[in-house]
Ligand binder design. Structure first.
Ligand code: HEM
Length: 436
């Protein structure tokens, strides 16, 4: 359980921040208490907790929707009525709409068309610069694509302003909720208000646009404005705005880190890059800037393995949080009512029992499917990531254009990796970048 009040939070920081050996946190527990059923009692991140870290125990929690509810730090920053916070029928209805709108094959065809010009022009601009910060450039490209896909917003001063607001909002999730001027939490709340105001204005513009020329605008915001429940009731304007802001939060950093890790691992893996080039050359197109379609993407079998391996190793979401709604029995142990449950996803992907040489980048491991339950990067159960295909498509398109047209290398191949808030090389993947 660790120290009184602080519990094991300092131990967590010791392993993640100071030693930079994040996997030793769970390893040390296994050594001390044995593996058992994958549950450990703790006090961490401010609450008495049960840590779960085996594929079966994680799956048990993720799939028992009625026994565990979600708990985000500072849920109001995400938006109280957004998909990530609502439960029950409301969640089911919103989720099925959102998954249809951004994650299904028909939606992904549109996504491939929307994101591709920005990816192609970003790569060109990186080559013109010659030296880039991989994370910053991935973030810029991802943000512009997300704003286009979700709200049809074009790059410009307004997008720059809301990007700054998102940058101020996200640290609020990790900050102590002290709400007075000067605190990170206070700043995050102000950023959230500004974001609400901007997206509210966009929503009003869409309403006017639809009045003057009825028909589909076709972006996610437009779709959310039209969803109806069984009684014909539509989402309120606040609900639409809450959801759009929360989708940007969910998709922005996660996608950017995944793209950066692709650049990073490929610069260390010439043989993987060679195979990637070979496969992508075979489907490359001369016309229309060489844009590929979802049909092309479905042929890129080796590229799909590179994508899975990149996402596995990125471990963008190391842990998830739930709260037990009642005393719950699992494997002869009780998870007490009201306790926090910390679902340690990272351990699943770095445990040698699940993946040989888990810290090595080996796309060929995906020649065979992973052992059942050992790929939990997108969570599981009813809250499984709504954007998992969206990120896969964006990664594939990036890999296609990158491998065909460019060469790049890490400026500091020995840069240390930091693990908080997300795994990332200390220099954020500084790269030299040029055309082939
Ligand atoms: C590498 C990229 C990504 C990773 C690793 C990732 C990971 C996750 C995980 C682990 C969850 C489960 C949260 C929980 O159960 O508490 C989740 C949920 C979610 N993700 Fe992602 N995500 C990624 C990209 C995206 C993108 C591009 C979007 C686009 C909007 C997105 C939207 C969402 C949403 C809306 C949820 C909440 C679903 C719900 O509560 O039903 N994610 N994501």
């Amino acid at each position: 359980m660790g120290l009184p009040f602080i519990g094991e939070t300092l131990t967590f920081l010791w392993y993640f921040k100071i030693l930079r050996r994040p996997d030793d946190f769970i390893k040390s527990k296994k050594q001390k208490y044995g593996e058992g059923v994958g549950l450990y009692r703790s006090h961490i991140f401010g609450y008495p907790s049960i840590i779960t870290c085996l594929p079966e125990s994680n799956k048990f929690v993720l799939q028992s929707a009625s026994d565990f509810h979600i708990r985000w730090p500072a849920p109001e920053l995400f938006g109280l009525t957004s998909l990530v916070n609502v439960e029950g029928k409301k969640h089911t209805r919103l989720k099925s709409y959102v998954v249809n709108a951004i994650n299904h094959p028909k939606a992904l065809r549109r996504v491939a068309q929307i994101v591709q010009p920005r990816i192609v022009s970003s790569l060109r601009s990186w080559a013109n610069k010659g030296k880039i910060n991989g994370l910053l450039e991935s973030k810029k490209m991802t943000f512009e694509n997300i704003c286009m896909m979700f709200a049809s917003m074009e790059p410009g001063p307004l997008l720059d302003e809301i990007d700054k607001c998102f940058a101020g909002l996200v640290p609020g999730f990790r900050a102590y909720p002290l709400d007075f001027p000067g605190t990170a939490f206070h700043h995050a709340r102000r950023c959230r208000w500004r974001l609400n105001a901007v997206f509210r204005e966009e929503l009003e513009k869409k309403k006017q646009q639809k009045e003057s020329s009825p028909g589909e605008i076709g972006d996610l915001m437009d779709g959310l404005m039209q969803i109806k429940d069984e009684g014909g009731k539509q989402l309120t304007d606040d609900e639409v705005v809450d959801n759009i802001v929360s989708f940007v939060i969910a998709g922005y950093s996660s996608t950017s880190y995944a793209l950066m890790w692709a650049l990073y691992h490929l610069s260390n893996s010439p043989e993987v890059l060679r195979k990637l080039r070979e496969e992508n050359t075979a489907i490359s197109k001369e016309e229309k800037d060489g844009f590929i379609t979802m049909d092309d993407i479905s042929q890129l079998k080796y590229t799909a393995k590179v994508v899975e391996e990149t996402i596995r190793m990125a471990n963008v979401a190391p842990t998830l949080f739930r709260v037990a709604n009642r005393d719950i029995e699992y494997g002869g142990y009780t998870i007490p009512k009201g306790w926090q449950v910390v679902i340690w996803l990272r351990h699943i992907h770095t445990d040698p029992k699940n993946y040989d040489h888990p810290l090595s980048f080996i796309p060929e491991r995906w020649d065979k499917p992973a052992k059942p339950g050992t790929f939990q990067v997108f969570g599981g159960g009813h809250r499984i990531c709504a954007g998992n295909m969206l990120v896969r498509v964006q990664l594939t398109i990036l890999l296609h254009h990158l491998s065909l047209g460019y060469k790049w290398g890490l400026t500091n191949p020995g840069a240390k990796i930091k693990y908080l808030p997300h795994p990332c090389p200390e220099d954020e993947a500084a790269l030299s970048f040029s055309t082939l």
